[in-house]
Design a protein around this ligand. Structure first.
Ligand code: C2O
Length: 562
């Protein structure tokens, strides 16, 4: 074969098999289709990508150019977000509906076009409109550049574990009903591991995910929390794991028997299969240390030693384990406090030391009048940042910004809450919020500190906050009200963990820092979908810089219109 034939074959196989062949351009086709699936012994149609639940894993290498053609073949509007991908200057490909793009209408398609710059590790993609991400989600695996090793012992194999939640009823109906009534949506009926809940009582079909391993090996487990509304504990019987990466950034390795992971977060761990044979329970259950109704079901899967040097005995009893109780704050805290940036010469922690914009955001719930809300007795539960309940616009904010369309948003998002009060006390008075589509505007390359303060309106509760377009450093965390005098003295500016989603502790605060080196409109919101729907969201507007490669690229031709 001559060279051009080889090149053509390589290109073709890159287009057909981007997950297998090593390509610099990764071409994916995501067909959003409805599919009937059976879980918990009953069947319902769900929205999927390519008929899979969870959806296909998107593989790429650091530096690769990714093209994903999303074709909408369902009766819902669709958009897809590449959660944690920085999207440097390519906000058009970020995905949140009405923030960076108008939705892809039924029958239409859109090509998400972006390059993966300076990132490697595990992330996730998911639907970013209404509650579609309940079933429209999957893993993103970004391998290091060719020839660049992991900063930990090379695993013999890698496995993806996607944790999720399952409702027996249609999830769009669940949230629509809740919004009509003004009260909280129904909690899920099961948790899932790679789409399966585990052994189901009174149900003859097996719905258990089986993770087959060989004895004496090291596996890299890429664990993703794709659940809508619940932080999860995750544990494997008879095995500790070594945490090496979160949210596609390397951390100082540490060993634990339990991990805690919030919706939108990812955690890579090394698992040594030091047992000889047998079956070991894998379990995932809710962490919630506030008086909030949760899904109490534990998802289970099996770690199954197969093949290798030992013979497989299928009837060997399962080695069991239990996850911590749902309110095990101490276990969660211990895990969270163990996370530190690797901060090696190769992977330095570039924490901003001088701050241009110091922001203080209260995050929590509120109650607003709603004459039509019968179940809510004439009021509805809402959520807010600095007492602003975000109202979704009818035109995407990024388009409005780029084309200078007036009247879509204002740039007066408050840097501080409107009133100073005892934020974490239980508050039941004056809990009304203000509606608005407000952005916080900053010049290119400003350094920003955000202290996120949970409030006790109705009840204190944890909030996994996700920022689009950036990673941030988590420089501090505490319980109670943030003290602007004393708490900064305890900040870790040396090796704080770097991530894209962080839990604000129940009745406490979290401080993060980032550099606004990415022009565009970037969503910040609670990754509990119930809270996002209620309005716990806002956006940053980052202006273009003056230098080359400091401006938002022009929108692609096929960008959907509203
Ligand atoms: Cu993973 Cu805006 O979300």
């Amino acid at each position: 074969m001559n060279n051009s034939v080889v090149a053509l074959l390589l290109l073709l196989s890159c287009i057909i098999l981007p997950a297998v062949v090593d390509c610099r351009v990764r071409n994916y086709k995501f067909h959003v289709v409805s599919k009937n699936v059976t879980r918990l012994c009953s069947s319902k149609p769900i929205v999927t990508v390519n008929g899979k639940f969870p959806g296909p894993t998107l593989y790429a290498r650091e530096g690769d150019h990714v093209l994903v053609k999303v074709v909408n073949l369902v009766n819902y509007n669709v958009s897809i977000h590449w959660h944690g991908v920085r999207q440097l200057r390519t906000g058009w490909a970020d995905g949140p509906a009405y923030i960076t793009q108008c939705p892809i209408l039924p029958g239409q398609s859109y090509v998400y076009n972006f390059t993966i710059i300076g990132q490697r590790g595990t992330l996730l993609w998911h639907g970013h409109i209404n509650w579609l991400r309940a079933t429209v989600h999957g893993a993103i695996v970004i391998l290091p550049k060719r020839g660049v090793p992991y900063p930990f012992p090379k695993p013999d194999d890698e496995k993806v574990l996607v944790l999720g939640e399952w409702w027996k009823s249609d999830t769009e109906a669940v949230i629509n009903e809740a919004m009509k009534s003004g009260v909280a949506p129904n909690v899920s009926d099961a948790h899932t591991i790679n789409g399966l809940p585990g052994t189901v009582a009174n149900c003859s079909t097996q719905e258990v995910f089986n993770l087959g391993v060989e004895s004496g090996k090291t596996y890299l487990l890429r664990i993703i929390n794709a659940a809508l509304n619940e932080e999860l504990f995750f544990k494997i019987a008879g095995h500790n794991v070594t945490v090496v990466e979160v949210d596609a950034t390397y951390v100082k390795p540490f060993t634990t028997d339990t991990i805690i992971i919030a919706p939108g977060q990812t955690t890579n761990v090394l698992l040594n299969t030091h047992q000889k044979s047998g079956k070991y329970l894998i379990a995932a259950s809710t962490f919630m240390d506030a008086p909030v109704t949760i899904d109490n079901q534990t998802a289970t899967a099996t770690l199954h030693y197969t093949g290798g040097t030992t013979t497989l005995s299928d009837d060997s009893p399962m080695v069991l384990t239990t996850t911590p109780p749902k309110n095990a704050t101490q276990i969660a805290d211990q895990f969270i406090n163990s996370l530190k940036s690797l901060n090696s010469p190769k992977y330095p922690a570039k924490v901003p030391l001088e701050i241009d914009h110091s922001l203080f955001f209260t995050v929590g719930l509120g109650v607003n009048p709603c004459p039509t809300c019968k179940a809510g007795n004439g009021s509805r539960v809402v959520a807010a940042v600095n007492n602003v309940t975000f109202v979704m616009p009818n035109t995407a904010l990024l388009q409005a910004h780029y084309y200078n369309i007036k009247g879509v948003f204002t740039t007066d998002f408050p840097a501080n809450p409107p009133h100073v009060y005892n934020y974490t006390a239980n508050i039941t008075k004056n809990i009304q919020t203000q509606n608005g589509t407000k952005l916080y505007r900053v010049p290119y390359n400003s350094t920003i500190q955000v202290v996120l303060q949970d409030t006790g309106v109705i009840a204190p509760e944890s909030h996994p906050i996700h920022l689009h377009g950036f990673n941030f450093f988590v420089v501090g965390r505490g319980v109670g009200n943030y003290d602007p005098k004393e708490d900064p003295k305890k900040f870790n500016l040396e090796d704080p963990v770097e991530r894209n989603t962080i839990g604000v502790p129940t009745g406490g605060w979290t401080a993060l820092r980032f550099t606004a080196d990415n022009p565009g409109v970037w969503f910040l919101h609670c990754h509990f979908e119930a809270h996002t729907t209620w309005g716990l969201k806002m956006a940053f507007l980052v202006d273009n810089g003056k230098g080359p490669k400091q401006s938002l690229v022009p929108p692609p031709k096929d960008l959907p219109k509203c």
